[in-house]
Design a protein around this ligand. Structure first.
Ligand SMILES: [Zn+2]
Length: 333
């Protein structure tokens, strides 16, 4: 898809500013590199004025909008790049994937009466899914799961910002709702109109055998009760992060505390699971998710993960994965 008129104005402004900076730099030290850049900016501004900005110089189709945002001087669409240029892009993407992998927990968690496991599987090289364990204080562990709208590099950038903000707010704060409210206020100005983040954040209280949960528009976590062998949805109120500056978000988002007994389990997941499709276009759905969760709950956190992923794989068969998949299982021991 090509770029919008409002984006075009924004990119033009950026180009004008860049031109001024370059002119100043050229005036100081006239180097071939700077002069070449200045020429590129002038060419881009010319294309804006002639209405041909964002059109591939080679094949005359639209240049990918996200590449123009990353570099307003882009003149050629992806398909028309030289093999060496395509390889360079590929290397950037590999590096981004490695950096992102470093931002996620490396293993499950087993301590202080809790057994936690996870499965994380991006659909592409980088992902908009995010999950984390955060030590709130000596008595509490925070567990977060989030899904950034969209995919690829833009979603992974927002994911990285979200992680930093959540981590800085979560430490020392036992109220998930308060943490999410602060995260939303801090992220709102940085998120573009068409993006948002759904999140569920819960705090495990070691001493009280309880969990406190708040939800920002994320799929409701599932709670398995060992005594009754039943599963319920933890539907706490709330809205997604990034679309309200704070007043409405704060009013809606509240903490819900749940007491847990030994053997009780919680499942957090992103919609990459429930919305996974088989080759006839049917969704895996909440019912199959719930059934897999219930039938494996007594076997522990890792067994629940394995069962869910097995059932999902059997269901989708050879249909390619089209969304990031993250799930976290928590068992009170
Ligand atoms: Zn082209």
């Amino acid at each position: 898809m090509g770029i919008q008129v409002t984006d075009l104005h924004m990119l033009r402004d950026q180009l004008v500013v860049r031109r001024q900076k370059l002119e100043t730099a050229v005036a100081r030290t006239e180097t071939a590199n700077l002069l070449q850049l200045l020429e590129q900016v002038d060419r881009a501004l010319e294309r804006v004025d002639h209405g041909s900005y964002g059109v591939c110089e080679v094949c005359k189709t639209s240049v990918e909008a996200e590449r123009l945002f990353a570099d307003p001087l882009t003149e050629i669409c992806l398909d028309c790049l030289k093999p060496s240029e395509q390889r360079a892009l590929e290397q950037d993407l590999n590096l981004a994937a490695r950096i992102q992998a470093g931002l996620l927990p490396k293993r499950g968690f087993s301590a202080a009466g809790w057994n936690v496991a996870y499965h994380y599987e991006p659909a592409g090289q980088v992902s908009g899914d995010y999950f984390d364990y955060i030590k709130v204080d000596d008595e509490r562990l925070g567990v977060a799961i989030a899904d950034v709208s969209g995919k690829g590099i833009p979603a992974s950038l927002i994911m990285a910002i979200c992680r930093s903000v959540l981590r800085s707010q979560a430490i020392g704060n036992p109220s998930p709702a308060d943490v999410l409210q602060k995260v939303n206020r801090q992220l709102y100005p940085d998120i573009k109109e068409d993006m948002f983040i759904s999140m569920a954040y819960l705090v495990l209280d070691h001493a009280r055998s309880a969990v406190t949960l708040a939800r920002a528009g994320h799929d409701a976590p599932l709670l398995y009760r060992a005594k009754s062998k039943t599963v319920e949805q933890l539907k706490t109120p709330g809205m997604v992060v990034g679309i309200d500056s704070g007043d409405v978000f704060d009013r809606l988002t509240t903490d819900v505390a749940v007491e847990l007994e030994a053997g009780d389990c919680i499942l957090l997941y992103t919609d990459g699971i429930t919305e996974a499709l088989d080759n006839e276009g049917n969704e895996f759905g909440l019912e199959r998710t719930t059934a897999a969760f219930r039938s494996s709950a007594k076997e522990g956190a890792q067994a629940m993960v394995n069962r869910l992923i097995d059932d999902l794989r059997n269901f989708v068969g050879s249909t390619p994965q089209n969304d990031d998949i993250t799930l976290i299982t928590i068992r009170k021991t």
